[in-house]
Design a binder for this molecule. Sequence first.
Ligand code: ATP
Ligand code: MG
Length: 343
Amino acid sequence: MTTPIPATLIPGDGIGPEIVDATLAALDALKAPFEWDRQIAGLGGVQAHGDPLPQATLDSIRRTRLALKGPLETPSGGGYRSSNVRLREEFQLYANVRPARTIIPGGRFDNIDLLVVRENLEGLYIGHEHYVPIDGDPHAVAMATGVNTRQGSRRLLEYAFELAIATGRKKVTIVHKANIMKALTGLFLETGEELWARKYKDRIALDTVIIDACAMKLVLNPWQFDVLVTTNLFGDILSDLVAGLVGGLGMAPGANIGADAAIFEAVHGSAPDIAGKGIANPTALLLAAAMMLDHCKLTDEATRLRQAIDATLNIDKVRTGDLGGSASTAAYAQALVSRIKNG
Ligand code: ATP
Ligand code: MG
């Protein structure tokens, strides 16, 4: 018998509970050994405890060090900071890993298999922003400070090289803007080149590209890339771009990895426009669950889940509306569960 693995489950807001239900059905069918501790956060946290990130939720993740999370809405007004950003800071989840792989062929781009590794804690996301008043205009000048550290860059780059090698990738591309932001992104680039020369040059190829050229190349010929590693803001933008190459937000999973915890999620938000209608596509969260299985070394279960998703979408052609189909979330989950059980 497999040892139970304690894990925190946060259904989240909007379509969160619907896609979480579908994902739990698939994980149950796989007999994945997770022992769920259900917790709340986001808008749900505000309604129940007046806090988008209640202490009980933080305590749970501190104990399990592992979480599957539905999207969390950041309540507007009330001075709430994004719970997603707070979670990353609280558990020092320094690496954001976002794979983009074609599952449904015949789109504009076929056979895409890219991995974006984004620095998750530094750069222009640290939130040091302010205005400078001039001549009675309180917002005459807006300023933002970005901070990249050599240590923070190195641990992220090291994670990216190790992950690329462990998963049989061929090339890592550092994406930067060191020609303009010479200090902020130059430090990241230089740290990566130095680390590669010292530790990785015999094991994997390295390439570097400027962010603007990278955006163009990704649209003209995405197959020239393999693993893209970059700073926080560029990673945010590039991971949505590569999600677009493989069918959109409904298909894009993400993992937030730190030394002490890992949180798996869909890249998309809570999609309030379709919440409660039973039509959301749970594939992104299902693929995040597959990443979570891999993380726990449950490789067979992860592979079976990915194969079942593939078969449900491509052989059974059971698809939700965002993919041009007419299946409900529940019907898709049911088809997936029978693929898991019967192959
Ligand atoms: P949030 O404020 O939480 O970020 P959002 O309204 O920005 O929520 P996103 O998740 O960013 O929502 O998605 C934008 C739009 O894409 C949604 O409004 C929805 O129509 C569509 N969408 C996103 N995720 C899915 C999904 N899993 N299935 C179907 N449609 C989706
Ligand atoms: Mg959004």
